[in-house]
Design a binder for this molecule. Structure first.
Ligand code: HEC
Ligand code: HEC
Length: 203
């Protein structure tokens, strides 16, 4: 326990140092190399991952991407895969990778189940006032594109979205304090799937 805490503090210190590094921006060659040799295996060369458990990074807000990468690096957000991937990357690499993926074109899924789309859209737009669930649209926006530290959720893999909502509900994803916890913990499994299905095809 004590050791884990010390490790975490050390990593925070490293991240802070990296974040304030004054070295020149990484070259496009360095970013391309990192994408090709590391990220593309899971997220695809343009951030349009084909495995629905690996998030699409294309078109995601750059500030949000930077913040999540630091969260993985400092272990504030836990992921065995991403902890390993962030090791050895500087703050400048992280900035460059975020810019690269953010500027790629995201392609949403094609969705056909009209009833499920409608149920999901409804929940996204209104939440559930009776049960005290805020409408997603309030924070993630009309087109679900988010802004800055608020993630874009439109066009993301349904499976990934549902996994994250369950993690917020059980508070195993702990980086946003209460915002997503209080929303997700009141959602039923049907609502989680409907809203995730709708969003994956939303543009
Ligand atoms: C071995 C597979 C794998 C590789 C390689 C990988 N990632 Fe990931 N990445 C994941 C998984 C899995 C998640 C979801 C983590 C979770 O919450 O469980 C993720 C999540 C992310 C997120 C958070 C996205 C969001 O919507 O919150 C970012 C940013 C990210 N990865 C960037 C990168 C970058 C940049 C690279 C290359 C340096 C990379 N990843 C390499 C598997 C991988
Ligand atoms: C009060 C503002 C707020 C509301 C309302 C809200 N969210 Fe969020 N959401 C956030 C913030 C902030 C984050 C980023 C958390 C972080 O930094 O880890 C987030 C993250 C997420 C993520 C993770 C995305 C990723 O790429 O990993 C999903 C999925 C999500 N929200 C879905 C929803 C859905 C569905 C609803 C409605 C049921 C909703 N949110 C309502 C603020 C909100």
């Amino acid at each position: 326990m004590k050791l884990a805490l010390i490790r975490k503090m050390a990593l925070v210190a490293i991240a802070l140092t990296c974040g304030t590094a004054t070295a020149a921006s990484p070259t496009p060659e360095r970013i391309n190399e990192l994408v090709k040799t590391r990220c593309s295996v899971c997220h695809g060369p343009t951030g349009q991952s084909s495995n629905a458990e690996f998030p699409k990074l294309a078109g995601q807000n750059a500030d949000y991407l930077v913040r999540q990468m630091f969260n993985f690096k400092t272990l504030a957000r836990k992921s065995t895969e991403m902890e390993k991937e962030m090791a050895g990357l500087t703050g400048n690499d992280i900035e460059g990778l975020a810019q690269y993926f953010s500027s790629q074109q995201l392609v949403p899924a094609t969705r056909q189940d009209a009833a499920l789309i409608e149920a999901g859209r409804n929940f996204y737009m209104t939440g559930s006032p009776e049960r005290g669930i805020s409408a997603c649209v309030v924070c993630h926006g009309d087109h679900a594109r988010g802004a800055r530290l608020l993630p874009r959720v439109a066009g993301q893999h349904a499976r990934y979205l549902a996994i994250q909502l369950r993690r917020f509900a059980e508070q195993s994803r702990t980086t946003d304090q209460m915002l997503m916890h209080s929303v997700a913990s009141k959602m039923t499994e049907d609502e989680i799937w409907a809203v995730s299905y709708f969003l994956s095809g939303y543009d």
